[in-house]
Design a protein around this ligand. Structure first.
Ligand code: PLP
Length: 400
């Protein structure tokens, strides 16, 4: 018997545990000081009323002989797949319902989809980025190459003809940087993927935050993407489903590799290894796309957007370089005074009682940067922003 030794190659993930430990130590040493967490990547606003109502009704249905649902279609109920098609169609992107696969969230599908590809493929991962992409491939034993994101490329790496990759991860709007690709930029990635016979895994978990017309909400807004991309999406951020669990993955009919249809392979994979998302949850998810659902979730998204604007205004006033925050719940700032990510974490906690996330935790290229999130309470975010603005300005004065 041999275990999967690649698990031994995983870098220990100390990021969030170290953040929590440092926060707890600070609280114990200064019980009188309030701590404000701008570090959370989880949503905080409750589910929309119509989502709750749809789930309550579905639960009641399940308690009746006629309305009971047992095993459902592994790839999701038609009512939800059709609602997802409608959501894309409203933005001018046509999908067939058989191209949509309902899942229990993006994190599972981002890992599971790799099962369609040989471990001999080379994977291209942006740096910094959501850490699961790296770990999912380390445990499979794939070779990983990194696409460097920095201020020069606006934290949006573009294809390099000298780098050969078979699987390409793109995350837009990006976690942690908040940077988002334009359609023109994505067209370059599509051209690269076609030329190299590569497949793009496009993580659109934060698409709902995009407002600028030039930015893509879906890679399928780009011509040719249907032949080279899979899109992974989630109800977590658009509708607060982080604890409810639902997402969807789009595998276009045209996507073929090695003479096989990836849509058919994914259907086979899901029907073999997955038994579907609960009926009650899918009813709740479908309610997101009703007229009242879209209105209610916009109220929550606007709440987070206002938080982002408050933090952005404080950073602007303090003269700190940052990106994100406009089409994303994340703000990515350059640590002032040349501080390293963890150094700035300590400074911010001690000076302002504010907790953020050190950029280096998202990849080597994140060193010297820092992530703040807009998912917190509005009043506390305002307080944190005012404290940060004052402290950052003072720091600037002492350094000049
Ligand atoms: N993709 C990105 C970029 C994320 O930041 C997250 C969660 O924070 C996920 C995927 C996971 O989403 P889900 O809750 O649907 O599993």
């Amino acid at each position: 018997m041999k275990i999967n030794e690649h698990y031994g190659e995983l870098a220990a993930s100390y990021l969030f545990s170290t953040v929590a430990k440092k926060q707890a130590e600070f609280s114990a040493a200064h019980p009188e000081k309030e701590i404000i967490r701008l570090s959370i990547g989880d949503v905080t606003q409750p589910l929309a009323r119509c989502v709750v109502k749809a789930m309550q009704e579905a639960a009641a249905e399940m308690g009746t002989k006629e309305g009971f649902h047992g095993y459902g279609p592994e790839q999701g109920y038609d009512f939800l797949k059709e609602a997802v098609c409608g959501y894309y169609a409203a933005r001018g992107t046509r999908l067939d319902k058989d191209e949509i696969f309902i899942s229990d969230g993006a994190k599972s599908d981002l890992a599971n989809v790799l099962g369609l590809f040989s471990v001999e493929n080379t994977v291209l991962v942006p740096d910094p980025v959501y850490p699961a992409y790296v770990d999912d491939n380390v445990t499979d034993g794939r070779r990983i190459v990194y696409a460097k994101a920095d201020e020069a490329n606006g934290f949006l790496p573009m294809p390099d003809e000298n780098v050969k990759a078979d699987i390409i991860y793109l995350c837009s709007p990006n976690n942690p940087t908040g940077a988002a690709y334009t359609r023109a930029q994505l067209a370059e990635w599509v051209a690269y993927a076609k030329k190299n016979d590569a497949v793009i895994l496009y993580d659109a978990a934060y698409e709902c935050f995009i407002q600028d017309a030039a930015l893509a909400r879906s890679i399928f807004e780009v011509e040719g993407a249907r032949a080279c991309a899979i899109e992974i999406c989630s109800f977590s951020k658009i509708a607060g489903f982080t604890g409810t669990r639902c997402g969807y993955t789009v595998v276009p009919a045209e996507l073929k590799r090695g003479g096989m249809s990836l849509n058919k392979l994914w259907l086979r994979r899901q029907t073999t290894k997955f038994n579907g998302v609960p009926y009650i949850v899918q009813r709740g998810a479908a309610a997101v796309f009703t007229e009242s659902g879209m209105q209610e979730i916009q109220e929550n998204l606007d709440y987070y957007r206002r938080n982002a604007a408050v933090i952005a205004a404080a950073l602007d006033a303090a003269g700190v370089w940052y990106c994100g925050g406009k089409n994303s719940p994340y703000l990515w700032l350059r640590c002032p005074g040349g501080m390293k990510s963890w150094e700035f974490f300590d400074w911010l906690l001690e000076t302002c009682g504010v907790v953020g996330t050190p950029g280096v935790g998202f990849g080597a290229c994140g060193e010297g940067y820092f992530r703040l999130t807009a998912f917190g309470d509005a009043e506390k975010t305002k307080l944190a922003a005012a404290k940060m603005q004052k402290a950052l300005l003072q720091l600037r004065e002492t350094q000049q």
